[in-house]
Design a protein around this ligand. Structure first.
Ligand code: BES
Ligand code: MN
Ligand code: ZN
Length: 481
C-alpha cells in the first residue's frame, strides 16, 4: 500500500475527495469556525461522539465534507494506544468494498507516537492474507493519507514507520503461510529474494554444509522430516566491514508436530507459526533495505520441520552440538532450543556487538505474559534496557524475565552435559537458561514471542511482531558509535 503524509487542517480535510475520511478527535477538541469543526463540536456536545478512546460516529455523505464516508473517532489524550484503537475502530466502521482511498486526519497537532500508531493501525486493519486463496479478494485500498497540521515535523517518524510496516507485512505473510507453502527451502528463497537489494547478501546452507559445521543438535531435529533443512545467513552491510555486526537469530521451525513427544491434535495447525522468529528476521531485513542505516546486521535462520519418520530423534537420544556440548533430548517437542543453540554457536564467528534470538519458544511464556508482551531475557542490563525502550517506542512491548542460575538446576542430565528440558515450573526461563549456555562469547538477549507473534481464535493469524521492536533496537544501535 501507498502511504502519504500531508499537511492538513480540518478545512483541508473537508475538501479531500476520498472514499473514507477518518477524523481523530481529542477529548479537549477546540475547532475553528469551519463546517467540519462545527459538526465535530456538536457531536461532542450532544454525546453522539462519546468521550472514551475508540468511540466512533459514522456518517455517510455529510454536507460538511467532500468524502463519501466520514468517521469521527475519539482519541482522548491523543496518545499511541488511544490512536491505535481509534483508527482500528474507525476503519472497521467505515469499511466498504469500494474503499480505494483513505484519509486519516488529526484534528489537533499530532504527536510522533500517535502518527506511528495511526500508520501501523491502518496497515493492520487493511492487511489481508491471499497467498493460498483460489479467489483472492484483492486489497482494494490503494492509498492511505495521514493528515496533520504539523506534518513537516512528523516526516522522519512517518517514513520510518512506513518502512517498518513493510517489514511487518513480510513477516506476517511468511508466518501465515501453511507449512506446505513455507518449507525450509521456501524460506531460503525468500531470504535470497531480499538479497536483490545492493546492501544485502544471502547464503543458504543445506544438509551437507550443516553436517560439516557439526551442527548435530540442529540436524537431530531435522532428521525426522523428508524436507531438507536450510541454514540461512543474511547480511546487511551498511557500515565498513570493521564495524562489529548485530546478529539476529530467528527460530525457523516451519512445522512443529512435537516429534515423537507428539503434540495433541487440537490446534496443532497453529504450529505452522513456529517460524515466526525467522519471519521477523526476514521482515527486519526488508525494513533495513528501505531505511539503509549505517550499521552491519547479520540474520541467521535455522529452518527445518519437527516431524516423525523412521529416522526421527527419540527421547533419550544424546546429540553433540556445534559447541561440543552434548545434549540429552528428553522431549523432542523442546526442539526450538535445539536448533537455536547451534545457530548461536555459529554467531561467534561474526564477533558480534550483540546477538538477539527471536523464537516462539515456550507455551510457558504464553501462560506468563499472554499476547500483550514478548518475554525478554538478557544477562546484560544495558542490552535489556535497550530492548525494553525499543519495545516502548514501537508499541511492540516486551517484559524482562530473570536468568538466575537456580533456574538451570532442572537441566542437569545423567547422560549428557545438559538436558533439553527442565521441569514444568518456570518453563520459559529454563528454556532461556538452556540457550544461555551457548552465548558465552557475546552479549546476548532472547525474545520469546510464543504469545505475541500470532493470534488464535476468529482472528487467527500472524501479527508481524516483533519487527517493530527489532528495527527500533537496531536504529538506536546505529545512532550510537
Ligand atoms: N513451538 C513450541 C512453543 C509454543 C507453544 C509456541 C504454544 C506457541 C504456542 C515449542 O517448540 C514447544 O513445543 N515447547 C514446549 C517445551 C516443553 C516440551 C518443555 C512447550 O512449551 O510445551
Ligand atoms: Mn515444540
Ligand atoms: Zn516449536
Amino acid at each position: 500500500m501507498n502511504f502519504e503524509l500531508k499537511p492538513l487542517d480540518l478545512i483541508g480535510a473537508a475538501d479531500e475527495k476520498t472514499d473514507l475520511l477518518v477524523v481523530l478527535v481529542p477529548k479537549d477538541f477546540k475547532g475553528g469556525k469551519d463546517d467540519l469543526s462545527t459538526l465535530i463540536g456538536s457531536a461532542l456536545k450532544s454525546g453522539d461522539l462519546e468521550a472514551a478512546a475508540g468511540k466512533c460516529l459514522a456518517l455517510y455523505r455529510p454536507l460538511q465534507a467532500a468524502a463519501v464516508r466520514v468517521v469521527l473517532a475519539q482519541v482522548a489524550d491523543g496518545g499511541a494506544r488511544a490512536t491505535r484503537s481509534a483508527v482500528l475502530a474507525a476503519v472497521a466502521a467505515g469499511k466498504s468494498p469500494a474503499l480505494k482511498k483513505l484519509v486519516v486526519c488529526f484534528a489537533a497537532p499530532a504527536q510522533e507516537d500517535a502518527v506511528r500508531a495511526a500508520v501501523t493501525a491502518v496497515a493492520d486493519a487493511t492487511y489481508s492474507y491471499t497467498a493460498t486463496k483460489s479467489k483472492p479478494q484483492a486489497r482494494t485500498l490503494q492509498k492511505a493519507t495521514i493528515g496533520a497540521r504539523n506534518a513537516p515535523e512528523l516526516a522522519s517518524t512517518f517514513e520510518r514507520t512506513v518502512a517498518i510496516v513493510a517489514g511487518v507485512e513480510l513477516a506476517k505473510e511468511w508466518a501465515n503461510r501453511p507449512a506446505n507453502h513455507a518449507t525450509p527451502q521456501h524460506l531460503g528463497e525468500a531470504a535470497q529474494a531480499l538479497a536483490q537489494h545492493a546492501k544485502i547478501s544471502c547464503e543458504v546452507l543445506g544438509p551437507k554444509e550443516v553436517a560439516k559445521l557439526g551442527m548435530g543438535s540442529f540436524m537431530a531435529v531435522a532428521q525426522g522430516s523428508e524436507q531438507p533443512l536450510r541454514f540461512i545467513v543474511l547480511r546487511y552491510s551498511g557500515a565498513p566491514k570493521s564495524k562489529a555486526p548485530t546478529v539476529l537469530v530467528g527460530k525457523g521451525i516451519t512445522f512443529d508436530s512435537g516429534g515423537i513427544s507428539i503434540k495433541p491434535a487440537g490446534e496443532m495447525d497453529e504450529m505452522k507459526f513456529d517460524m515466526s522468529g525467522a519471519a521477523s528476521v526476514l521482515g527486519t531485513f526488508k525494513t533495513l533495505s528501505l531505511l539503509k542505516p549505517a550499521m552491519n546486521v547479520v540474520g541467521l535462520i535455522p529452518a527445518c520441520e519437527n516431524l516423525i519418520n523412521g529416522r526421527a530423534v527419540k527421547p533419550g537420544d544424546v546429540v553433540t552440538s556445534m559447541s561440543g556440548q552434548t545434549i540429552e533430548i528428553l522431549n523432542t517437542d523442546a526442539e526450538g532450543r535445539l536448533v537455536l543453540c547451534d545457530a548461536l554457536t555459529y554467531a561467534e564467528r561474526f564477533k558480534p556487538r550483540a546477538v538477539v534470538d527471536i523464537a516462539t519458544l515456550t507455551g510457558a511464556c504464553v501462560v506468563a505474559l499472554g499476547a500483550v508482551r514478548s518475554g525478554m531475557f538478557a544477562a546484560n542490563d544495558g542490552l535489556a534496557a535497550s530492548l525494553s525502550a525499543a519495545g516502548d517506542r514501537s508499541q511492540d512491548l516486551c517484559w524482562r524475565l530473570p536468568l538466575d542460575e537456580e533456574y538451570a538446576e532442572g537441566l542437569k542430565s545423567n547422560f549428557a552435559d545438559v538436558a533439553n528440558i527442565g521441569g514444568r515450573a518456570g518453563g520459559a526461563i529454563t528454556a532461556a537458561k538452556f540457550l544461555q549456555r551457548f552465548t558465552e562469547k557475546f552479549p546476548w538477549a532472547h525474545l520469546d514471542i510464543a504469545g505475541s507473534a500470532w493470534k488464535s481464535g476468529a482472528a487467527k493469524g500472524a501479527t508481524g511482531r516483533p519487527v517493530g521492536l527489532l528495527v527500533e533496537f537496531l536504529l538506536a544501535q546505529a545512532a550510537e558509535k
